[in-house]
Write a protein that binds this ligand. Structure first.
Ligand SMILES: NC(=O)c1ccc[n+]([C@@H]2O[C@H](COP(=O)([O-])OP(=O)(O)OC[C@H]3O[C@@H](n4cnc5c(N)ncnc54)[C@H](O)[C@@H]3O)[C@@H](O)[C@H]2O)c1
Ligand SMILES: [Zn+2]
Length: 366
């Protein structure tokens, strides 16, 4: 097992990464302060892993362990579903010292985290991410929330967990598409801040796609390390943390145009990163071969490299302006300064942006 630390002063917390961690009672207990735990999971993950987590928690005598099993899917990441968590907490009389435990992917983690941020003005929570995307991204950094009909993640809070427990064995049951979606965020770290890791990914993508345990463990650890470092520097996204949104302004436009849940978040980010890279190329920051190599890497990872065929430039622009990353009506984008370094700019020429949005499946063509 490897342990990383998210360094946030007195709110610092460990990320445990390894195999068989779900069953290890001693990893949970130091992070449970009161006598109550509510496990928040969904109907897909519950049959796979709930019993193992319960058994581990029940080794602590006198601990009240409850569960709430939510419907599965991004379409349920909303205030109605959130209420089911509050219902369970109140019906089972959980008090201010309770600990919520998120067992599932990013949807569960974000909802459970927001429930923890708001229940009785804030209670503790533990992240047990079970998708690649949630292990390398959403479980680390304390962003929590739910979607609104008019925008993704529009209702939320920053609330850091007590610990993150990433059991790499849970990757074995993950559907192929979900694996690819997680790899999009892994590639993102290489692109924005870790060129050696990007090169490693170019050499090791087949091993990752084959779920080679050592390759997966390395990719998860390196990704968490990158995310933890960025979060430690800028917890509330006033600066450098925004670089983690590479591809996301384009990607969120795709997700919301398609209706949440049609394109997976990571798939939209994959296509969005190539659009961001195309714009970076148009601005002279990266070369055409580098853009082509990124396209090849995304394809190897089973990710889409173009947006939805029916999405027009106006469809993108109207949604990109609603996106949170937009300040004062100007589109503020994360682009590549070079491979391994991102930059944030509101100085994007409208003409070049339109060229990227018009390029469709001809990204990288003048
Ligand atoms: N908070 C953040 O910083 C942050 C960062 C990135 C993404 N997110 C959010 O994360 C969400 C996406 O997360 P996700 O990609 O994990 O999606 P998800 O939570 O919907 O999980 C994907 C699917 O895999 C299933 N699943 C989970 N673990 C499994 C396992 N081990 N085996 C088999 N099936 C399993 C889930 O039930 C679901 O059907 C989005 O809502 C996005 O906004 C948040
Ligand atoms: Zn993302």
């Amino acid at each position: 097992m490897h342990t990383l630390t998210v360094d946030l002063g007195d709110r610092s917390y460990p990320i445990y990464i390894g195999t068989g961690l779900l069953d290890r009672a001693e990893l949970y207990t130091p992070h449970i302060k009161g006598r109550q735990v509510l496990i928040v999971t969904n109907e897909t993950v519950a049959p796979l892993y709930l019993q193992r987590v319960k058994t581990a928690l029940q080794q602590t005598s006198g601990l009240q362990v409850d569960e709430v099993i939510l419907p599965d899917g991004e379409a349920f990441k909303n205030l109605d579903t959130l209420n089911l968590i509050y219902d369970a907490l109140l019906e089972k009389r959980h008090n201010r010292t309770t600990t919520l435990l998120a067992l599932g992917g990013g949807v569960i983690g974000d909802m459970c985290g927001y429930a923890a941020a708001s229940y009785q003005r804030g209670v503790n929570f533990i992240q047990v991410p079970t998708t690649l995307l949630s292990q390398v991204d959403s479980s680390v950094g304390g962003k929590t929330g739910v979607n609104h009909r008019l925008g993704k993640n529009m209702i939320g809070a920053f609330h850091q967990p007590q610990c993150v427990l990433a059991d790499t064995e849970t990757m074995n049951t993950l559907p192929e598409r979900e694996l690819s979606a997680g790899i999009a965020e892994v590639i993102k770290y290489g692109l924005i801040c870790d060129e050696p890791f990007y090169r490693w990914l170019q050499d090791n993508m087949p091993a990752l796609m084959a779920r080679d345990p050592r390759a997966l463990a390395y990719a998860i650890e390196r990704s968490c390390q990158n995310k933890a470092e960025v979060v430690a520097q800028d917890e509330t996204e006033s600066g450098i943390r925004a670089t983690l949104n590479l591809g996301h302004t384009f990607g969120h436009a795709i997700e919301s145009h398609q209706g949440y849940g049609q394109w997976l978040h990571g798939e939209a980010v994959g296509a969005g990163m190539l659009q961001a890279a195309d714009l970076s190329w148009r601005m002279g920051n990266i070369s055409a071969p580098e853009l082509e190599a990124l396209r090849a890497l995304l394809q190897q990872a089973g990710l889409p490299v173009t947006g939805p065929a029916d999405m027009t430039v106006d469809d993108y622009l109207s949604r990109m302006v609603v996106d949170k990353k937009v300040l004062d009506g100007r589109i503020r984008l994360v682009l590549l300064q070079r491979i391994g370094e991102a930059c944030i700019t509101s100085e994007v020429s409208r003409e070049l942006l339109l060229q990227t949005l018009q390029a469709g499946n001809r990204l990288g063509c003048p």
